[in-house]
Design a protein around this ligand. Structure first.
Ligand code: HEM
Length: 389
């Protein structure tokens, strides 16, 4: 057990708004054991940036973890050469060149089609009727599972995310997770002969073409679905919400003075879709006079690092004119998000400009409050909007 000072939190309040506690922790106990989370949180950007690269200490290999048990052993739960070897195999599917040359056009086609159906409606919950399908259709292309619907890929993703956070062992949640992974396996079985006959740039196809063992290939497709649906969805809806709530800043973006990419990066800094990434301590280690022992559980709090006072003045303020380049919303080490290039293109090149271009007079509906929630994964839960038909 680490010698980190204990720090108690109110879990329900933390879910609603983790930032006041994270601000307090950065000052009083930057590395603290939080019993309600069952692990040691690391809240300062410098500590996380250094520790994430020390894979011999802070290991991603968690054989007893729920992710391995429920989704198979994927590349995010490997370290060192094994990890790098699989990163190399999947790179052709997520490289900036493939994103620019192949996925960008697909993203635009799906988004235009979704907006064609939305514009005449004049209103709706954009988190549900825009961000969810835009993210889902993109992920179907990237993974290679074009034989399922965006609603299926969205529910598979949610089923797995709930399953790997199911520390209480709720049987219904576990059953839904198993149904999700079985659904993905069936979709993979269905697509394999098609992709073998007609290989493409998708994740499944490049892994098959590279001869990666199917157990790892299936686990990596499940990983991409669990980590590649909610995050873009929440970032698209969240960035629209943030810009509608800051009309002066929206004007800067619409006038071209600030790019859509900067607006997205600032949103992902301000409210990081992935607020935490876990590690298992593999050997004795000391940092900030805190001793860690093997098997300690550590949480890298990206959401806190992205408001660290040493890097971001008034970090609690959404400001598209700030330099957000020190944000670690996509991670800060060897496990840096493999989908970062695809996400930046989907969100900043396509989803945000298209929404403000096609949904004329876009505004918050105003009757229903926009709800925001979560600490490990954080985002807007609804986004009721109106626009001119
Ligand atoms: C706004 C969107 C997204 C955000 C904010 C995000 C954020 C992250 C973060 C923080 C990590 C973990 C980094 C770490 O532990 O150091 C990660 C890993 C990963 N992400 Fe994303 N992600 C996004 C979208 C996507 C998409 C669309 C895909 C799939 C195409 C994807 C695939 C992955 C994979 C495969 C990993 C594991 C990489 C590794 O372990 O080497 N992500 N992501």
């Amino acid at each position: 057990m680490s010698t980190a000072p204990h720090f108690d939190i109110d879990l329900a309040a933390f879910w609603h708004d983790p930032y006041p506690v994270l601000t307090q922790l950065r000052v009083e106990a930057p590395i603290a054991y939080v019993p309600q989370l069952g692990g040691v949180v690391m809240t300062r950007r410098d500590d996380i940036a250094v520790s994430e690269k020390q894979i011999e200490v802070f290991s991603s290999h968690q054989p007893e973890g729920l992710m391995n048990k429920l989704m198979g052993h994927n590349l995010m739960r490997k370290d060192g050469e094994d990890h790098q070897a699989e990163r190399k195999v999947i790179f052709p599917a997520v490289s900036p060149r493939t994103v620019k040359g192949t996925w960008r056009e697909k993203f635009q086609e799906h988004t235009d089609r979704i907006l064609d159906a939305l514009v005449p409606k004049g209103g709706g919950d954009l988190s549900d009727v825009y961000a969810r399908p835009v993210s889902g259709e993109a992920l179907k292309e990237i993974t290679g599972l074009t034989n399922i619907t965006y609603l299926q890929i969205d529910s598979f993703s949610q089923g797995m995310i709930d399953g790997i956070a199911n520390y209480a062992g709720d049987a219904e949640i576990e059953a839904r997770c198993h149904a999700a992974t079985a659904g993905i396996d069936a979709a993979i079985d269905d697509m394999l002969p098609v992709l073998r006959a007609h290989p493409n740039q998708s994740l499944l196809s490049v892994m098959v073409e590279a001869g990666l063992d199917m157990e790892s290939a299936r686990a990596n497709v499940k990983l991409a679905i669990s980590g590649g649906q909610n995050e873009p969805r929440d970032a698209i809806a969240g960035a629209i919400w943030a810009l509608l709530n800051h009309p002066d800043q929206l004007e800067l973006v619409l006038s071209g003075k600030v790019s859509w990419l900067r607006a997205f990066e600032e949103y992902a800094r301000w409210i990081s879709p992935i607020g935490m990434s876990p590690r298992r301590v593999a050997q004795h280690h000391v940092i900030r006079n805190v001793e860690f022992h093997p098997e300690d559980k550590v949480f890298f709090m990206f959401g806190s690092a992205n408001r660290d006072e040493d890097y971001f003045a008034d970090g609690h303020v959404f400001d598209v004119t700030r330099d957000a380049s020190k944000s670690i919303a996509f991670g800060a080490g060897p496990h840096f998000c493999a989908g970062a290039a695809a996400s930046r293109s989907l969100i900043a090149d396509v989803a945000l400009p298209a929404a403000f271009e096609r949904l004329k007079g876009l505004r918050l509906e105003g009757r229903d409050e926009v709800k925001v929630g979560g600490w490990a994964f954080r985002g807007v839960l609804n986004l009721p909007c109106e626009w001119d038909k």
